[in-house]
Design a protein around this ligand. Structure first.
Ligand code: PMP
Length: 385
């Protein structure tokens, strides 16, 4: 038989019910399978069947009926989540938000008189630097020194700053650190949903990027969208998508539309309740284990007023940013590996290996195994000294 879900590989046997005790707790990737049970509860309503003759042509999506429908539905989802003001803004679809991050750098730097420095404050999602260097071009250059920026810095030169809010890996809500007349900001709001953070106010920035990956969990569909205030920037981003891709897959759009329709059924609140409860519960369980430990700590996220829930709410971040507190534990990932836990090492985020990112987004099986292994590690702490 085949596994009925994309569960972890720790289960074998003819019906995938036999647990393999040596299996690692894999908390590395940000694959958002925590939402899989939600879609299992809505399996029939969210299913898509596309006839062979249907929607065959190229997506010159300005005129595409499907994308107009999808756009309307996406705007409605944002108005229910109360996380963004979309009125008066153009929308651009991309192959995941990944493609839009790069499209935005191109668009914002295209007509400048001197090259822009692309920056991201410390503890930055590494893809910004990777992409900027990989797609190098004489309109922009990644400025590594800016990774050291901590406080607001005034500049008169052209700067494009990535602001990830809430941040990957530490879940903090962030603001730009660069200031000046020629600073342009790309807000990466991949995690700006009630699932992962309080929404202090709806985002209303010039360039805001979202992704279906972290909203519905369908990371494999590769669909993201950007809201853009300025028409020229919007046109530049459309040109990028057009040159790179000639539009976004219709199948991805058809599936996304069905998912949005499913979300919007009833009062449209169900997915947010489900996701917030699950992530908050995971954080609470993890925090309880870490509170027993002197060896490990995780980031603090204060309760905050949420525009969606209309009350103060606790944390429910996508990742734990863990620190090994003992002086000798300079490589925290190795400490975890010895306990059969796989995290993502601090150096990937340009900080010391004393830090590790643990993904809290994966399936229930993955998360429960992570808790189990961590509990064992923490309770053995005193013996191991
Ligand atoms: N931005 C951030 C901060 C992310 O963590 C991720 C995925 N891990 C992405 C963008 C890319 O997401 P996608 O391309 O799946 O939309």
């Amino acid at each position: 038989g085949k596994p009925i879900c994309e569960c972890n590989t720790c289960y074998g046997g003819h019906d995938y019910s036999v647990f393999s005790p040596d299996c690692a707790a894999d908390a590395d990737s940000g694959d958002p399978l925590f939402l899989e049970p939600f879609w299992m509860q809505h399996a029939a309503k969210s299913a898509v069947l596309i006839a062979g003759w249907h929607r065959m042509s190229y997506t010159f999506y300005d005129q595409s009926f499907i994308s107009q429908e999808l756009e309307n539905h996406i705007r409605r989802v944002h108005s229910i989540a109360r996380n963004a003001i979309t009125k008066g803004k153009y929308i651009v679809f991309g192959g995941g938000s990944t493609q839009l991050l790069s499209a935005a750098v191109y668009a914002l730097s295209m007509n400048l008189s001197s090259p822009a420095s692309v920056v991201a404050a410390p503890l930055a999602y590494p893809l910004y630097e990777t992409q900027t260097n990989y797609f190098q071009n004489n309109h922009f250059k990644f400025n590594e020194d800016a990774l050291l920026l901590n406080n607001s810095s005034y500049t008169t030169s052209n700067v494009i700053e990535f602001v990830t809010s809430p941040n990957n890996p530490d879940g903090k809500l962030r603001e730009p650190v660069s200031r000046g007349p020629s600073v342009r900001v790309i807000y990466d709001h991949a995690y700006y949903w009630p699932h992962f953070t309080a929404i202090p106010a709806p985002a209303d920035e010039d360039v805001m990027i979202f992704t279906i990956s972290k909203l519905t969990g369908h990371a494999g569909s590769r669909l993201g969208w950007a809201f853009v205030k300025d028409e020229d920037i919007y046109q530049n981003m459309m040109s990028y998508i057009s040159v790179a891709e000639m539009g976004i897959s219709r199948e991805a759009q058809v599936r996304a539309l069905k998912l949005m329709k499913t979300i919007l059924q009833g009062n449209g609140l169900e997915i947010f309740d489900f996701a917030y409860k699950k992530m908050a519960d995971r954080w609470e369980k993890l925090s309880r284990i870490i509170s027993l430990s002197k060896r490990f700590s995780i980031q603090q996220i204060p309760p905050q007023f949420c525009n969606f829930f209309e009350k103060v709410r606790g944390p429910s971040p996508a990742y734990a940013w863990m620190k090994c507190e003992r002086e000798e534990d300079t490589n925290c990932n190795q400490v975890l590996q010895a306990a059969n836990i796989i995290g993502r090492e601090g150096t990937r985020f340009n900080v010391e290996d004393r830090y590790v990112r643990l993904s809290l987004l994966k399936s229930d099986d993955d998360f429960n195994l992570l808790l189990h292994r961590l509990y064992k590690l923490v309770t053995l702490e005193d013996d191991a000294k």
